[in-house]
Every structure is written in C-alpha cells, then in structure tokens.
Ligand binder design. Sequence first.
Ligand code: HEM
Length: 379
Amino acid sequence: MGEPVEIDTGQADQRAVYDALRARCPVAHEDGAWVVLRHAEVVAAATDPVAFSSNVTGRRAIPNSLDGPEHAAYRAVVDRYLTAERVARQEPVCRQHAVAIVDALPRDVTVKTIGGIGVPYAVRSQSSWLGWPAELEGELVAWMQDNHAATRSADRARTAEVAERFDHFIRTLLDERRDRPVVDVTGELLQETVEGRPLTVEEVVSILRNWTAGDLGSLATSVGVIVHFLAANPAPQREVRALVEAGDRAGVEAAVEEILRIDDPFVANRRVATRTLGLGGETISEGDRLLLNWTAANRDPLVFGDPDEFDPAGHAAANLVFGIGPHVCPGRELTLMELRVVVEELLVRTTWLEPARDRPAVRETPPVGGWARVPVVLR
Ligand code: HEM
C-alpha cells in the first residue's frame, strides 16, 4: 500500500474552510444568507420542501426552482429521459468517446486532465445524448468556459448574459427540429406534454439549459477531482484498478461516488424559508435565504468519521453528492455511468496515473469547487 503523494495545491482548499466553520457552527450566517454545513441539518432542509422552498430567484428553472405538485409534474417529464434503460443505451457511445480521448493522449509526459479529458469527454457525451451535431463542440466548450468564469466572478449580469447566449444557441437547435422533426432527445422534448398540454419553448430551453449546465460543468469538473484523487492516492488507485480489472461496474461507480464525496465539486444549492423555524440551534426567519452546502455535509465527521478515509461501502448510505429529497439529482445514473466509463478506459489503457512533477495541481476559485488544473502523467 503506497502513501499519498504530496502535491502543491497552488490555492487554498475551500474544504478546510468549510470543515473549520462546520466544527464551530452547523448553520453559519454569511453574506446575508444561512450556510448549512452539518449533514443532519442539510438533510433536514433538503427533505422539507414545504419549509424550504426551491423558488429562490423568481426566475423559473425547470424543474429546479419549482415546488410541490408543480415540481412533481415537471420532474416526471425529466425522469423519463434519465431511466436506467436510456442510460444503458448511451454507454457504448460514451465508451467510444473515452477510448478516442485516452488513446490520443501522450504517455510519460504531463497532460491536462480537465482540458484534455474532462471537457472533451463531457461535451461529446452530452452532444451524443442530446443528438447535437459534433460541429458544435467548439461552441459548447467556449460556452462552458465562459459560464465557469461568470460563476467564479459572482457577477449576476455576466451570468445572465452567458445564460442568454446559451438560450439563443438552444433555440436555433429547436427551430431546426421544428422544421424537420429529428428523432433525438432534443426533438423528443419538443413533443413532450405536461398536465395535458405541450411544453412551451421557454420550458424546453430551461430543461436543456439545466441538463447542459449540470452535465457539462459537473462532469468535466468531476473527471478532474477523480483523476487528481487517484493520482495522488496510490492505495485507492490500486483498489479501483482491481475493480476495473474484475469488471465490477457497481464497485467502480461506488468508488467514483466516494471520491466525489471526499472532494465534492458541486458545492451548494439554494433554498428560501417559507416560515420562521429553528435549524441547527439558529432561528431562521420567513424569507431568509439558505445555502445547503453539500461539500461540507459530505465531510461531517459525526457521520463519516475521518472524512478523508476512502470507504465506498461504508459511506454510501449517507453520501450527499447527488443531493436528497424531492430535488435529488435525476442525472445520477447517467453521471455515474459516464464517469465509470471514462475511469475504466483511463485505467485499462494505462499502467499508472501520477501527479505531474513539473506543474502543481491548482484548486478552483471559490465558490466553484474542485480543481482548475490537474496536470498528470499517464504511464
Ligand atoms: C457530477 C455530476 C452531478 C452532480 C454532482 C449533481 C448534483 C446534483 C444535486 C446535489 C442536485 C440537487 C439540487 C437541489 O437539491 O437543489 C441536483 C439536481 C439536479 N440535477 Fe444534477 N448533478 C450532476 C449531474 C447532472 C446531470 C448529468 C444531469 C442531467 C443530465 C443533472 C440534472 C439535474 C437536475 C435537472 C436537477 C434538479 C432536479 C429537481 O429539481 O428536481 N445533474 N444535481
């Protein structure tokens, strides 16, 4: 069993800040909002949608911002596209993308994990799933980078402008499909109904924006977190290599989910209190805003003991990477399949992954989680 490899992280690790804050107060007040850090309180808030509404911005996001029966109706539409059967159908094409990307990378020199593997894999897998043409890859990559930069800047106007550009981009794809019906997920969504009437264009755009923001951003970032973890931690890398060799698909997915728990890049989601109530010893007033911090909750020692211990089976039941409650991520199966496939192909096609010695890995700028740069060497 090897020892973890020491690497310079370049920038402060936000997880340490959350860990210290959570130890002092399970629910902290920062910048006008409650930050919910402890596992028990995050679960309590996420599973009580009556007291903690997801309608936080006034801007309708489908299904994310909806509550109650309205949420359930739209969520049923979304769930139809993310069933285990549909996910299984996507696996061969994801594997083709993973093989092409990993085979094209040089061995024994430093390569970029996020730019070289995560981003192209996310964009190609997403485009194949939605039926979008390969020529859009460049445009999608550029949009993803701008979206990331806008989130990092915390500038609302900039975020709105990037969202606007994406809407325009999707509307063009929808127009093409209206003129000439295309059998793909995007075309199918246009035929979809909710409560007996067709979805509006705004609703279809909102659903697609969500899937794309979820899939592209989180998938590429997750590849960075997973490759960083495996390269820096020889014992788990050996364990995951053995699972891949044994063809233990469930084992690899459990390992992926556990790595994301330890270093959860999907930091937080918002809620607004619909009435005054207590949470973690604090009084939350009606109208107060909350951030459910999944990253902090996923490292709560009261639940996980040593949060850095890699224990996929032991930690699975309490893992909050994909959330909990009525808004729990409908893309979990798709994500785990996509991440398993890229990990399988990366490990099968290499003998070892190690951190680059010539360039440090660099943390993302908060509030974005995960890593901005993960230089690695494939052996
Ligand atoms: C690593 C990848 C991903 C992570 C970590 C992740 C995590 C999450 C979390 C924590 C939530 C709960 C949000 C809340 O409670 O407010 C969520 C919701 C959601 N996710 Fe994901 N997600 C990922 C990928 C995806 C993918 C691939 C899709 C779709 C293709 C997707 C679609 C959604 C949608 C539509 C919701 C909102 C569900 C609702 O409001 O009912 N996500 N995700």
